[in-house]
Write a protein that binds this ligand. Structure first.
Ligand SMILES: Nc1nc2c(ncn2[C@@H]2O[C@H](COP(=O)(O)OP(=O)(O)O)[C@@H](O)[C@H]2O)c(=O)[nH]1
Ligand SMILES: [Mg+2]
Length: 425
């Protein structure tokens, strides 16, 4: 069974808080500021693990978070960074933002990684706020919050190998014989045009995803349109196993007919490497037939293999052959760079709303600034006020008539409006 969808929630780590601290020196009443920065929060990273082929684990575990950064320490010690969380997914996983269904990442290749939410930045310690005017700042910054994302994962199992051939050649039987899939055998004509997929385990660390491709000929003949999923599946395969029906009176004619239709359907498909196999070797008189055909194929510089999906004769060998062929084809995706996903929002944008209690301000940058403020520290609050001013929120509030003592809510913080800018120090 292939579970191919899941919904999960991920949260990157919060940055560690910056520290307010002053050097303790002998005979000095109060030394200089030496509060260190907080550590970075851990990232949420998705990474392709070629040994996985289902999203099964995500059905049980829906919540994923990276570690928070640690607090800064005295003596300018930066807090430890939070560990990033690496989430392994099978190749072919597409990650969508749940609400918008926007594709954030399409993870196809082995070793491909993407940072979906970066960890929060560590808050700066008070040592960073010292300058010639303020030599003993009592302010620091709290760590930047982590980012939360609701995701929808979808697995499009990518077949390495497509099994093609005439109706009745034994494509479905081959898939059933070598993989965990349970395709309908002899379901001819055409019940479905969706390819059946299965995973063949060749050894502890070698597995292949095979697709039995029923629709190509059957569908084309019956005039049924081939769906997008179907197309994608064969186009993404690297190698084709071309199954010839041993009971056919003219296997050579079948072979060229399929290839002609393949190329008509999509020229690129016609160029994919093929392993040609004569099936149903368990039937009487097959040895002579095979010898004769093998000769004809040799003239075309092609090797003809033989097998039986009933006795399983040669199936393993054919799969290994296919595997080596797949391995000889280079991966298209680069594994070197790791893209970082950035939300496409205007961080500085904000909204001001009047509420029964007062005013409500929403916006990414301003809410983050509020999270990063130490509210029990006057200097931190002053800094927050400057951010309000810089973003234009102060003016906007004055324009709609904010008054002394009004409640202004920003994110989860309730503040009281005051025009009294007492000068400190
Ligand atoms: N004797 C024999 N019959 C087979 C073999 N492989 C498939 N068949 C039979 O051939 C028919 C068509 O098989 P199927 O797998 O449905 O073919 P498909 O149309 O290519 O998917 C079925 O009746 C199978 O039982 C084989 O190796 N030996
Ligand atoms: Mg079939």
């Amino acid at each position: 069974m292939f579970v191919d969808e899941a919904e999960i929630q991920v949260l990157s780590g919060k940055g560690g808080d910056g520290m307010v601290h002053f050097r303790k020196e002998k005979f000095v009443n109060r030394g200089g500021p030496d509060g260190g920065d907080g550590g970075r929060g851990g990232d949420i990273i998705f990474s392709v693990n070629p040994h996985l082929n289902t999203l099964y684990t995500f059905q049980h575990n829906r919540l994923y978070f990276a570690e928070n950064g640690k607090k800064g320490g005295p003596k300018n010690q930066t807090g430890k960074s939070g560990e990033s969380l690496i989430i392994d997914v099978p190749p072919g996983t597409i990650i969508y933002e749940r609400e918008t269904e926007r594709v954030l990442a399409d993870l196809t290749g082995e070793g491909q990684q993407v940072v979906l939410c970066s960890g929060g930045r560590g808050g700066r310690g008070n040592a960073r706020f010292a300058n010639s005017r303020h030599q003993a700042p009592r302010m620091a910054e709290r760590g930047e919050p982590g980012t939360e994302l609701e995701l929808h994962l979808e697995l499009k199992l990518i077949a390495d190998i497509g099994i093609i051939g005439m109706p009745n050649a034994g494509k479905s039987s081959m898939l059933a014989a070598v993989t965990n899939a349970k395709p309908k055998i002899a379901d001819y004509p055409f019940t479905t045009l969706v390819p059946n997929l299965g995973v063949a385990i060749l050894s502890d660390d070698v597995s292949l995803v095979l697709a039995d491709i029923p629709g190509l000929i059957e569908g084309a003949h019956s005039g049924v349109g081939l769906g997008d999923t179907f197309l994608k599946h064969i186009q993404r395969t690297k190698v084709l196993i071309h199954v010839l029906d041993g009971s056919s009176t003219d296997a050579m004619a079948d072979f060229s007919q399929i290839n002609t239709e393949l190329s008509l359907f999509d020229p690129k498909l016609g160029e994919k490497p093929q392993i040609v196999v004569l099936n149903k070797m368990d039937m009487p008189g097959m040895d002579g037939k095979y010898k004769e055909l093998k000769k004809q194929f040799k003239k075309m510089k092609l090797e003809l293999f033989s097998c039986s999906t009933v006795t399983h004769q040669n199936l393993k060998e054919i799969l290994w052959q296919a595997y080596h062929l797949v391995e000889s084809i280079p991966e298209k995706t680069s594994v070197l760079e790791m893209p970082v996903y950035r939300a496409e929002v205007d961080e500085k944008a904000y909204t001001v709303e009047q509420t029964p209690e007062g005013y409500m301000i929403k916006g990414v940058a301003i809410e983050r600034a509020a999270e990063m403020t130490y509210w029990d520290n006057f200097e931190s609050i002053r800094r927050f006020q400057r951010i309000l001013q810089a973003l234009g929120i102060t003016d906007a509030l004055r324009e709609i008539g904010v008054d002394e003592g009004d409640v202004v809510q920003i994110g989860s913080y309730e503040l009281e409006w005051s025009e009294q800018f007492d000068d400190y120090e």
